[in-house]
Design a protein around this ligand. Structure first.
Ligand code: APR
Length: 313
């Protein structure tokens, strides 16, 4: 069987780690595309990773390019092209610049790789994935956004740290937009099958939910120049892996909603099943009135950014 082809558009901080993870997991051959000014950088990064494959013992061809013709035949396209945040910026502050970049990327993916499963990572996430789908017109099952897995992973990590237990045993989901209004759902969180609410005080749970909502900003402040990259890379590769290996994992992602959760025509973070068919299912959880109200607040924030996108493309 021929190897799968994974295209990473944007070979910066996140793109570099994504390429390394694809190689280490032997998901397929990797093409990293960036702007002409960064072609040497992506050629250098991919060559560096290629030179590590003998040590790791993994078979994977990697290449860097700025030529869109090289993405033809991609099975998966992951997009991180765009600016990251600097301290003091919100994700929405990136919209002005990144919507132009996403429009250009989407036009080229539509032309050269129309059959690919597309995962968007560029922020502001929920409106950039909306923009990508609007420009490409791709079916909704083939375009989704990475964010919920990352937010959920942060939530799970903080709970595991607090309880001093294995993070593997913490199951949770975070829904809503990828911003300060995201909705961690402690009611649905379990630790080794035991409801979190039986193991932790409400006060602690609230503090962890707050830290989760602000986790990206915490990293931006610490790094001083750029935003999180290891965890976004790992999160997006899990989505590609579930598609390529038809794993049918249940993952929180930004999916296009058409009536689910009473929401129509927007991308928002919800649990979905990713398999060989792309987004194969949107899992609808029965939310309490309070949870639904929080989700709607988050949707309102996404609507503002989407309105901005709609006025531009
Ligand atoms: N086409 C292709 N690549 C582009 C384009 C474009 N039109 N414009 C910019 N890029 C590339 C940049 O040259 C850079 O190499 O995108 C890359 C972005 O990398 P970083 O600046 O290191 O940013 P990173 O930390 O990887 O984050 C990328 O993901 O999580 C989001 O908020 C984050 O929007 C940001 C994106």
């Amino acid at each position: 069987m021929a190897r799968k082809k994974i295209v990473l558009i944007g070979g910066g901080q996140i793109g570099g780690i994504q390429a390394l993870l694809c190689a280490q997991k032997q998901l397929g051959d990797v093409v990293v595309l960036d702007i002409p000014d960064a072609e040497g950088m992506v050629k250098g990064k991919t060559l560096d990773i290629a030179e590590s494959t003998a040590i790791g013992g993994y078979d994977c061809n990697l290449s860097g390019t700025s030529n869109y013709a090289d993405i033809a035949g991609a099975d998966v396209v992951i997009v991180t092209a765009g600016l990251p945040r600097k301290p003091g910026m919100t994700r929405d502050d990136l919209l002005d610049v990144n919507v132009k970049i996403i429009t250009n990327v989407a036009q080229n993916v539509k032309k050269y790789a129309p059959g690919a499963f597309c995962v968007i990572v560029t922020n502001p996430l929920d409106s950039m994935v909306y923009a990508f789908r609007k420009v490409t017109g791709f079916p909704k099952n083939m375009v989704c956004g990475m964010a919920g897995i990352l937010d959920t992973s942060r939530f799970r990590s903080f709970i595991a740290m607090e309880l001093n237990v294995s993070v593997v045993d913490v199951a949770a989901t975070v829904m809503g937009g990828h911003g300060p209004t995201m909705v961690p759902l402690p009611r649905l969180c379990t630790v080794g099958g035991i409801p979190l609410i039986e193991l932790m005080s409400q006060e602690k749970i609230d503090a962890i939910s707050k830290r989760t909502r602000e986790a990206g900003t915490e990293i931006v402040k610490l790094l001083g120049n750029g935003s999180a990259f290891f965890s976004p890379a790992a999160s997006s590769i899990v989505m590609a892996e579930s598609f390529l290996l038809d794993k049918k994992r249940v993952l929180a992602c930004a999916a296009y909603l058409e009536g689910e959760y009473g929401i129509n025509g927007y991308y928002l973070g919800v649990p979905i099943v990713i398999g060989a068919g792309g987004v194969e299912k949107i899992v609808e959880v029965k939310l309490t009135d309070d949870e639904k109200a929080l989700l709607n607040v988050s949707l309102d924030a996404v609507k503002v950014a989407v309105k901005d996108v709609d006025s531009r493309i």
